[in-house]
Design a protein around this ligand. Structure first.
Ligand code: C5P
Length: 261
């Protein structure tokens, strides 16, 4: 499917003929409580960022207007709403948020086959975002997964669950996946994807430059590691948004992405 406004980057990794530039591979998470606070950071990152992620915190405060505003300023938007509900409700949500012009939208793979297929069907309408399925949150480790009843330990608890959900999402027709850097190589292999970014987008959060605080994240990697292990795009929040000099932090990560590629 094509998006309405000409994209700044070639979104369709399956048709990409050359590797993405570092600027196409960094997504900065605008985890702020207001559009004003988010735009302050956007202004500071001018020239160091093409992609911004709007997650629950900002979307619940500012809605589609903030997505439209970012699009009008020429940025690509990753709308990270992690939809997870009954199929009919998720399909409706996909249709409602599609109007804002985001390029990527997340659903939880754990919502199951019927929910994923309903989301894919809803996103087949013209101008809809591409769908990414979140596998296992990067804030979860094996102990937390077994705490919610995921007890299959074949191949390692977290890795096995990520692969299970990745295959489910791929079969349902999802365009890409969100997983941690730890699993990205295994996902590429299991899904029969090449090492150089062909196929569905593999988007990796839990990125921490050397020496940065992990905070609530559990499965973390440096930008260079995540790229070297097979990530298509990286999601970075606090290492940039909480930095003393966000533009400098973003520039350093872009440099690491270039080195890891
Ligand atoms: O600040 P930090 O770099 O940890 O932010 C990571 C961002 O990526 C957050 O906005 C979070 O919601 C998102 N995310 C994640 N793990 C996932 C999917 C999304 O951390 N599996």
């Amino acid at each position: 499917m094509d998006i309405a406004t000409p994209p700044l980057v070639h979104l369709d990794a399956t048709k990409r003929s050359k590797p993405l530039e570092p600027l196409d591979r960094l997504i900065v998470a605008l985890d702020f409580a207001s559009a004003a606070a988010a735009m302050e950071l956007v202004d500071q990152l001018q020239g160091n960022c093409r992609w911004f992620k709007v997650g629950m915190e900002l979307y619940y405060a500012a809605g589609n207007a903030v997505v439209e505003h970012l699009r009008a300023r020429g940025f690509e938007v990753f709308l990270d709403l992690k939809l997870h509900d009954i199929p009919n409700t998720v399909a409706g949500a996909v249709r409602t948020v599609a109007r804002a012009g985001a390029s990527l939208l997340t659903v939880h793979a754990g919502g199951g086959d019927a929910m994923l297929r309903a989301a894919v069907e809803a996103a087949s309408a013209p101008d809809s975002p591409r769908l990414l399925a979140v596998t296992v949150l990067t804030s979860m480790d094996a102990e937390q997964l077994s705490g919610v009843g995921v007890c299959d330990s074949a191949g390692g608890l977290v890795g096995a669950q990520v692969l299970r959900l990745a295959k489910l999402a791929q079969a349902a027709g999802i365009d890409g996946l969100v997983c941690s850097a730890d699993e990205v190589g295994a996902v590429r292999e299991a899904m029969g994807l090449g090492p150089n970014g062909e196929g569905p987008l593999l988007v990796v959060p839990g990125i921490r430059p050397a020496g940065a605080e992990a905070a609530d994240q559990r499965r973390v990697a440096t930008p260079a590691q995540a790229i070297a292990w097979g990530a298509s795009m990286l999601v970075v929040g606090r290492p940039i948004t909480q930095a003393v000099d966000p533009a400098r932090a973003a520039a350093a990560i872009l440099k690491e992405i270039a080195q890891g590629a």
